[in-house]
Design a binder for this molecule. Structure first.
Ligand code: 13P
Ligand code: SF4
Length: 432
């Protein structure tokens, strides 16, 4: 199975059948870096907030280098830097970048990996902005975290900003008050998905809240319900809804909060009964998966096992055989002892890599259109070579730093997550 980059190239030139979601995917990111927007890929139609970081033009020597030259330069720079630098790669990164990662994982594992390597002077984070911020918060002050392309954000993380969350919190406090009930549980606990800015993690730290990832969302919600009567969950409505539903909370008790409307667009009564208030954010990669795709996979591949990420809409999670984080999906496939057909609902780079890794199984992406995460796709080997060679010269490019006034409460919320222990929610329901 070819890499996603190769598949895009072959489809674009007509050498292979199939479809991509944008002809611009064939271009290197520096072609579209100067343009506004998230770039080609699954979030290209999302609204990019004002002030979102942009990546400046990298030198021509990196833009014009062949694939082979970039490979040789990255290898030489990594060899020269040795253990002084650690390259981290998220599962959704392109193969051409992942092959240089010293550690590949999901966002929870990458946060732990960053924290576990105090000897690394620099951490080159091949992932997206919120992950690099988290690494900076969890690592020592003298460790530098580098994001090879500053435009590698996350459209979902951008759907909740600190001002809108502060405003929502003020309205909820006015409605519920701040006094705990007879059992000592406060009216609301804020829970932010890892896919959020450091400012929102700091907000949770300051307000008795916590961070979660898709690999520990159920554990974190249990933690929150031990301390609060209800949860304000942001930014991903789907992860919040799917996790709470698997814990037995009725969907009617999960109103959505639209930050552009008073009381999030809800009647006060609905909010009084609420158990989980869901921010109205979503991931454009996982929004692409549908029940119709699952039905087609089941019709065409009898016995197929359908695995999806909990950022998918509820109907898709309900129609799948199991839902869980990227790590859960990888482990579920690794655990299959008999040749099996898997239809997977998550980012295409990861699905294709699993297919190559496990040739004994048939593994395919539920979405037939090749449409990578636009922002993960911003990291290209040219940027990796650029930041690594700068480190060899003693220069730090694209450093991500979180101000200590934000980092300190954000660390509190992250440490609460790292310390939270799994409870009783069945693992097969939501991949904890
Ligand atoms: P994981 O937490 O499973 O790595 O997912 C991160 C992400 O961005 C999913 O879209
Ligand atoms: Fe963000 Fe979705 Fe991309 Fe993950 S896959 S980084 S949630 S846009």
């Amino acid at each position: 199975m070819s890499s996603v980059d190769t598949a895009i190239r072959l489809i674009s030139t007509g050498a292979r059948s199939g479809a991509t979601c944008s002809p611009d995917l064939i271009d290197a990111p520096w072609v579209f870096d100067p343009r506004p927007g998230y770039g080609p890929g699954s979030s290209m139609h999302d609204v990019i907030p004002v002030g979102t970081p942009r990546q400046g033009q990298i030198p021509a020597e990196y833009r014009e280098a062949s694939k082979e030259e970039l490979d040789a330069r990255i290898e030489a720079a990594k060899a020269a830097l040795g253990e002084r630098v650690m390259v981290l790669g998220h599962f959704y990164q392109r193969d051409e970048v992942v092959k240089y990662a010293d550690f590949v994982g999901d966002s929870f594992q990458l946060a732990n990996a960053a924290k576990a390597h105090p000897e690394a002077e620099a951490i080159v984070f091949c992932g997206v902005h919120f992950m690099a911020e988290t690494a900076d918060i969890l690592t020592g002050a003298d460790q530098r975290v580098i994001l090879p392309n500053l435009a590698a954000g996350c459209s979902m993380a951008d759907m909740a900003d600190i001002d809108s969350v502060e405003e929502a919190w003020a309205q909820l406090e006015a409605l519920y008050g701040t006094e705990p009930d007879a059992s000592g549980r406060v009216p609301v606990i804020p829970v932010t998905y890892m896919n959020s800015s450091a400012a929102l993690k700091g907000f949770c730290g300051r307000h008795g809240g916590i961070v979660c990832t898709s690999s520990n969302a159920a554990t974190v919600l249990e933690w929150a319900f031990e301390r609060g009567q209800r949860v304000l969950f942001f930014p991903d409505q789907h992860l919040g809804r799917n996790t709470a539903k698997a814990m037995g909370i009725p969907v009617e008790l999960m109103p959505m909060w639209n930050p552009n409307k008073p009381l999030g667009g809800n009647a006060g009564d609905a909010l009084l009964d609420a158990r989980v208030i869901l921010w109205h954010g979503f991931c454009s990669v996982h929004k692409r998966f549908t029940v119709a795709q699952i039905e087609k996979a089941r019709a065409e591949h009898p016995g197929v096992r359908v695995l999806v990420h909990p950022e998918c809409p509820m109907e898709v999670v309900d129609a799948a055989d199991a839902a869980g984080s990227t790590d859960f999906i990888g482990k579920a496939i690794a655990a299959a002892t008999e040749p099996t057909t898997f239809a997977v609902g998550t980012e295409i780079n990861m699905v294709n890599r699993l297919a190559a890794q496990y040739p004994q199984h048939e593994i395919f992406c539920l979405d037939p259109v090749v449409c990578p995460c636009s922002t993960m796709y911003r990291i290209h080997p040219g940027y990796l070579a650029w930041v690594l060679e700068a480190l060899v010269r003693g220069e730090t490019l694209n450093r991500i730093t979180v101000d200590e006034t934000v980092a300190e409460p954000a660390r509190v919320a992250l440490e609460r997550m790292l310390a939270a222990k799994p409870g009783t929610t069945p693992a097969h329901v939501i991949g904890d």
